[in-house]
Design a protein around this ligand. Sequence first.
Ligand code: ADP
Ligand code: MG
Length: 571
Amino acid sequence: MIRLLSPQTINRIAAGEVIERPAAAVKELVENALDAGAARIEIILAGGGIARIEVIDDGCGIQRDELALAIERHATSKLRDESLVRIATLGFRGEALPSIGAAAKLTLISRPAGQDCAYKITVAGGMVSPVSPAAAPAGTRAIVEELFYATPARRKFLRTPHAEGDAAERAVWRLALSAPDVAFRLVSDERVLFDVARQSEPARIAALFGRDTAAAMLPLNAAREGVTLTGLAGPASLSRATTGLQSFVVNNRPVADPLLRMALRLAYRDVIAAGRHPVAALRLEIPAEALDVNVHPAKTELRFADANGIRSLVIGAISRLLERPISLAGAPPARPNTPRLALQPAPSAAARGFAEAELELLTAPAARSFMPEPSGHPLGAPVAQILDTYILAVAADGALVIIDQHAAHERLTEERLRAEFLAGQVVAQPLLLPVVVDLPPSDASRLLGHGEALRRLGLDIEAFGPGAILVRGVPAALKNPDAGALLRDLADEFAEAGTPIALEARLDSALARLACHRSIRAGRRLTQEEMSALMRGMEATPRAATCSHGRPTFLKLSRAELETMFGRRGM
Ligand code: ADP
Ligand code: MG
């Protein structure tokens, strides 16, 4: 027998979609407060929000005779344009309050400015009580008690109050980043988690990301076809173990959109190690008609009319940011009153052998000061090579710099290949004797399928029967690579490639691969001139602070850090 469901059941079903956990209820209530034009929002949680959620705002309030309507399904004051094109508010579906009221006990106490007193309405498990007068200041107070008491099946899926509280905090964190001009206070089990005044966007990011982190982030500003991207993005060195310090705001709406997350990941792909995550607070403004926010009941995923354009905008802007040379991205400016002692260059370590260089290093601090003149070289001057692997240098501001010669050179080579590649100028070196490489047939056909792209990388290949490839030329910059190893590496890289964007990223890794095949190895002794050349090259090369696998190419211990480590000044 087919029958229509009762409104109560419909609401309970919807509640499962809109309000899947306390964080979702918190999000909906705070969005309502923002839509009401609040200047200040306070959120009070008990038991991770499972026991109680209270959201208090000083917004426009709800008229007495509209209170009952507010908790009705599909009742909204917000949807002016029923074509769903220009949605300026966070809410528009009119289902949050009835859903919460179906799953929990919801009390609304509201007083529009100018109304003589507040009025209150309660709905518990879908049962509505009559409207009654109450005492409250102007604005709205929403109280949710015993979430999911009416839907035990859902309650079973809740995690611990601690975990639910974390998720709710995260939801408020994202909303607070989306609306810096609104004051937010969040209290959980009587602990004040944050309390931020109305402020500028950079100040809000500093308050919610942490002052030191925000100070190290770089401002972004890009536009493309009516879409603007602003915000702050961290340098590669700020990477984190989780995506916790990533915020995306699109048309004032905080979102967790997969496309944007992926674009961010790709932008940092070859400066951050696998498993690490960049730090970023991004804001996009997109013309309303180029965006659909009505993809999911929680409205956190979007559909972009021009997904590729958005992706390129994000990846392009961040890549340009990361390409800033070391002198802009990392090194603090030399203090003007730094004593200036002339550098006395160390004699070439290579010329004297390792034991002597080590001795030199041990006696040097006592014997003389390596305080180079501020030379415009942020990495300073090389002092010695250690273990034939690291270069020890002293920077203009007295900081100690240790460089991983292989990692640094690999990045330099990669960037050079990339520049040649982008300029269409990779020099291919024809092989006197073409080499035949045997590969699994699927790898061979995949490589041949990208033959044109590989040719632009200087790699000239053609089919040579099933499962074999004839290599006619290699990128000249590689000197004499092992063609077999190179092709197998490239085949691995291409194995995951599906969409064009992935291929682009793959070409990037291919460049990294090529660079790795060419770079000076750890364990090679360098002359003073080679060390200097490598360091000057790093300063002139985009993204030289990390190698293509995301490991740092150099470490820097500032004078202040040395003083702290030696206990010369407080932490
Ligand atoms: P939506 O936000 O999609 O409109 P809701 O169920 O969240 O749906 O809210 C229903 C209506 O209740 C809103 O359209 C609004 O008119 C009113 N409302 C809810 N919360 C508030 C609030 N904090 N201040 C003022 N009005 C509110
Ligand atoms: Mg709403």
